[in-house]
Design a binder for this molecule. Structure first.
Ligand SMILES: Cc1ncc(COP(=O)(O)O)c(C=O)c1O
Length: 338
């Protein structure tokens, strides 16, 4: 079943690389997957929905915050397949829906506003909605937050294979030194570990979604590797826990800097919740020498609906933008080593 536009482009980011004084930078454009504004969930939903249909389910159930990209894309996938969609939405019902929540309504999903202040409260709420539907005679397919169950993870193992073929085709050889990706539920990171099979190190950047990434990413990777018939990934799982600032969805100055550099040097739009923080993690790893100047790095752009960028134009970040000239923030972090 096809829900995503694949393969997604792999593009160079030469101007950002030159600004940093190396390494070689590429961006994998999973913001261009096409389903209801695109993003990483399209790949996951292809496999999740295939399982739902195979099990004879008639309604998709998942959840997220008001601005959940995953919820929006699940609602869209349900429509493409003629299924219903119920969403557990963490938080109260706002007087006026905006951004992804507005799109959830436009897409016709049934919304259940739930009091779920912690990650696992929302997982429980999704199960509760599914249980109620089942009790009413429906056949629900429950998808965890972020689509982080084995089918979704296997989808990202496939995505890694797609990347390796693209690297090979452009003459780089079937490997990169690093892949950098935002870690929300951790499913994307886990799948990339499985598919890359050690042919690149993966740096996940924790955006503050869940508290247990260090346990969850290797567990999901091992489970998915078993299903996909691949070896369980070896070596340490690398997660940068230093970029989420005051918490999930809370703007950081580093993310604003990263978004500004990507926008002004590459014309690449990042969001402040996921990809802005992931790019901040990439910049920090280059600046502290974790990523070397002659390394090849793939930044995995996982999408993020722009309306969620409202926080990037808060008064505080407006001041940040105004304090900068048209040019990116000064000076290479390090000279290119030739
Ligand atoms: C735009 C975007 N990037 C990254 C992620 C994180 O992906 P994962 O949940 O697989 O860690 C999400 C998850 O919701 C997302 O919406």
């Amino acid at each position: 079943m096809r829900l995503a536009h694949l393969p997604t482009p792999l593009e160079p980011m030469d101007r950002l690389a030159a600004h940093l004084g190396g390494p070689r930078l590429l961006v994998k454009r999973d913001d261009q997957t096409g389903l209801a504004l695109g993003g990483n969930k399209a790949r996951k939903l292809e496999r999740l929905c295939a399982e739902a249909l195979a099990e004879g389910c008639d309604v998709l159930v998942t959840g997220g915050g008001h601005q959940s990209n995953h919820a929006r894309m699940t609602a869209a996938a349900a429509n493409r397949l003629g299924l219903d969609c119920h969403l557990a939405v963490a938080g109260g019902e706002p007087a006026v829906a905006s951004g992804n929540l507005l799109l959830d309504r436009l897409l016709g999903a049934t919304l259940h506003f739930v009091d779920a202040p912690r990650y696992y409260d929302l997982e429980a709420a999704i199960e509760l909605v599914a249980d109620r539907l089942r009790a009413g005679g429906r056949r629900p397919y429950a998808i965890p937050v972020g689509g982080a169950s084995v089918p979704g993870v296997v989808a990202y193992a496939d995505a890694a294979v797609e990347l390796l073929a693209q690297l090979d085709a452009d003459g780089s050889g079937p490997r990169a030194d690093w892949v950098v990706v935002a870690d929300g539920s951790g499913g994307t990171h886990a799948g990339l570990l499985v598919g890359l099979g050690g042919r690149a190190r993966v740096l996940g950047v924790d955006v503050g979604t869940r508290p247990d990434l260090d346990e969850v990413v290797p567990r999901l990777a091992a489970e998915a590797a078993g299903v996909a018939g691949r070896g369980a990934p070896e070596g340490p799982v690398l997660v940068d826990h230093g970029r989420y600032g005051a918490g999930y969805g809370r703007l950081t100055e580093e993310a604003v800097e990263a978004m500004t550099l990507a926008a002004r040097l590459e014309g690449l739009v990042l969001d402040p919740v996921y990809t802005g923080k992931a790019m901040a993690g990439l910049l920090a790893a280059v600046r502290d020498g974790t990523i070397g100047p002659s390394d090849t790095v793939v930044f995995w752009h996982t999408g993020g609906h722009r309306r969620s960028s409202r926080s990037a134009t808060s008064p505080r970040s407006e001041a940040w933008h105004r304090s900068r000239t048209r040019d990116p923030p000064a000076g290479p972090a390090r000279r290119r080593v030739r």
